[in-house]
Design a protein around this ligand. Structure first.
Ligand code: ACO
Length: 343
């Protein structure tokens, strides 16, 4: 193992610990066979191209929404942390699918959880939202008087999928979920952010976007109103971008931290496609037990995928105090980001 990292981005006044995690998925579980019944696809095609077998899809009729998933995930995280919402000083929620443009999901959480009138806001970095939110919360906690923060990644992206042949190449990919963690200032300065990276390139916006008005088409050829509120994705371009970006992001983050791949105990990556993840893992010869994949059961849950795995691995006892955890994500925008923590 390398010596303690010296090249990190931040010098916190105190340590910051992840003291609780939580997650939530909708009740309804949809299999590839269920999708075969409503569009021209097959279990074989979906599994071979993506690794996905099932996903959870919210049911608005039963009241499930981005806000309810956020509330459930947050409550689980607060319970795990052993604190109540009135002890929070800050809420940052990464989401690209709030239930309405305003108020924000984080704002609604102050009421549904019973928090004080603390700063609470959403940020939109698509699938990179939770990783951006972790870095943002850490920066605020080290420069402003916020000791305890709730950080979330929550998305109900399937409200922008049409489960028919119109949208079969993206509808099979996605699922809904929420994940959260509680950060707390601690005197233990070994805990906290070691290094981070955040990137955004609007030049790639046409590869993946969701037009919501006839004025929001990025591609002037897409003028059909039937495409409104439906994901437009050039899967091949996103795939190529991700396959080259993930390894660069890992290298960049390790370089900033002065670490090598073996120094990291857990790689917790956005779950977009099992083939993209396998390519990154093999490039650095990372053992499978350090590089988690749960896309088979949940699909691509956008900003929720990283905190969902964090919660599952923490509750399973695999992420332990003192471990180094690298969070990695890429998404629409294009955006990509990392956040390396000693927990
Ligand atoms: N079932 C069966 N056939 C399908 C389906 C489907 N659901 N969807 C597309 N096809 C067909 C296509 O029509 C095409 O047929 P053709 O050759 O006769 O024209 C064929 O399958 C191949 O289509 P491609 O799009 O070229 O397939 P590809 O191998 O690229 O796989 C996929 C598509 C899975 C979408 C892949 O490109 C991918 O995973 N890309 C990354 C997507 C991603 O990660 N998006 C999320 C980004 S994160 C965010 O911010 C939301």
């Amino acid at each position: 193992m390398s010596p303690a990292p010296t090249g990190g981005h931040t010098t916190p006044r105190s340590g910051i610990a992840i003291i609780g995690t939580g997650s939530a998925v909708p009740k309804r579980r949809v299999t590839n066979a269920d999708l075969e019944a409503c569009m021209d696809t097959s279990d074989e095609w979906i599994v071979q191209r993506t690794g996905i077998r099932t996903r959870h899809i919210h049911d608005p009729q039963s009241g499930e929404s981005t806000e309810t998933l956020a509330t459930d995930a947050a409550r689980n995280a607060l319970d795990a942390a052993g604190i109540t919402a009135d002890q929070l000083d800050l809420i940052v929620c990464g989401t690209m699918t709030p239930d309405m443009p305003t108020p924000s999901v984080a704002n609604l959480l102050t009421a549904s959880l019973g928090a004080r009138t603390i700063p609470a806001f959403d940020l939109n970095a698509a699938c990179s939202g939770f990783v951006y939110a972790m870095n943002t919360a850490h920066a605020l906690m080290t420069t402003a008087p916020y000791s305890t923060a709730l950080v979330l990644g929550v998305d109900c992206v399937t409200k922008f999928c049409k489960f028919s042949n119109l949208d079969r190449s993206s509808a099979v990919l996605f699922g809904d979920a929420g994940g959260a963690c509680v950060l707390s200032a601690t005197n233990d300065t070994s805990k906290g952010l070691i290094a981070q990276a955040m990137h955004s390139d609007g030049g790639g916006a046409k590869h993946l976007y969701i037009p919501t008005t006839t004025h929001s088409f990025l591609n002037p050829d897409d003028t059909d109103d039937g495409k409104l509120n439906t994901i437009v994705m050039n899967g091949r371009n996103v795939f190529k971008f991700a396959v080259s970006t993930f390894p660069e992001l890992i290298s960049q983050t390790l370089d900033k931290a002065g670490l090598v791949p073996e120094d990291i105990d857990h790689y917790i990556c956005h779950q977009s496609n099992a083939r993209i993840l396998a390519a990154a893992r093999e490039r650095f010869s990372i053992p499978e037990e350090k590089f988690y994949i749960n896309i088979e059961r949940y699909g691509n849950t956008v900003g929720a995928s990283v905190p969902l795995i964090l919660d599952q691995q923490t509750r399973a006892g695999r992420v332990k105090p003192g471990d180094r955890v690298m969070f990695l994500a890429f998404g629409a925008g294009l955006t990509w980001a990392s956040s390396l923590w000693q927990v």
